[in-house]
Design a protein around this ligand. Structure first.
Ligand code: SAH
Length: 253
């Protein structure tokens, strides 16, 4: 009997933002593998086994899931948001590339999910309506110099930027350093949005200008969105303005 491995993006939090295809994969799985808080979002099913692990051990977790699938089990590896965005899908393929050749013959299916940047953008308006990019501020897997270089290049090139992993208890200073670098290359009036815990009960959204943006407004559940030069606000009679980036960009000097 041959095993099967689903790599599932659970979406940003609420079940309403989980795709039916992801839900179907979770129902079919004999075994669930993932970081503990993500598994906690999946309903318990009789007979299904759960292997919860710590956040930092992605490659071990990927190998474990592949080993279970190679034993003939149907396994779902769970990530938040989309599994391909700063998450488990790349770790699984890294393990396949380096690991037991038998793993290459396994049925592996990546199931798309709603990434935090799309959930956050939908709350804000249309900040990703023009060209944009996503950058993880975590320097666990790349040197901080590389993060800064990509950040300033993207800002200078006119991209709106979705910042993942803006800070954590172990990395308290990165977002402040990123804002400082961005202030060198972008106008102080550039809109910056803080979208926290989108689609969860404690969801919170805040919009500010880059010159006033305070890293203390973010935590590890926050997606920080940096506007492009063309990104603007549309005032409403009440409440937060819409944030949007026009689809067109003028030719640059
Ligand atoms: N694979 C995930 C991202 C994992 S990295 C995805 O596609 O969304 C973890 C980072 O994602 C967090 O530090 C935060 O920046 C962002 N994030 C995840 N869920 C979020 C949510 N519900 N609201 C806002 N940001 C979120």
């Amino acid at each position: 009997m041959s095993g099967r491995l689903y790599i599932v993006g659970l979406g940003p939090g609420s079940e309403a933002m989980r795709t039916p295809e992801a839900e179907a994969a979770l129902v079919k799985a004999d075994d669930l593998v993932g970081y503990e808080p993500y598994l906690a979002r999946v309903a318990e099913r009789p007979g299904q086994r759960r292997y919860a692990s710590d956040n930092r051990v992605e490659l071990d977790r990927a190998r474990h899931a592949l080993t279970l699938a190679a034993e003939g089990r149907t396994v779902a590896v769970c990530s938040g948001g989309d599994a391909g965005v700063f998450a488990m899908a790349a770790a699984v393929f890294e393990a396949v590339e380096q690991g037991d050749p038998v793993w290459r013959a396994l049925e592996i299916e990546v199931v798309a999910g709603v990434s935090a940047m799309f959930a956050a953008a939908a709350r804000l308006g249309a900040p990703l309506g023009g060209d944009f990019c996503a950058i993880s501020l975590s320097d666990n897997l790349k040197p901080w110099d590389v993060v800064l270089k990509r950040l300033t290049a993207a800002a200078q090139a006119g991209f709106a930027i979705a910042l993942y992993n803006p800070l954590s208890r172990a990395r308290p200073w990165q977002l402040g350093a990123a804002f400082e670098a961005l202030r060198e290359v972008l106008p102080g009036s550039t809109p910056v949005a803080f979208a926290a815990a989108i689609s969860r009960p404690d969801e919170a959204v805040r919009v500010a200008e880059l010159q006033a943006a305070d890293p203390a407004w973010a935590d590890m559940r926050t997606l920080v969105l940096i506007g492009a030069a063309t990104t603007r606000l549309v005032a409403r009679p009440e409440g937060r303005p819409w944030l949007y980036t026009p689809r067109s960009a003028a030719e640059e000097a």
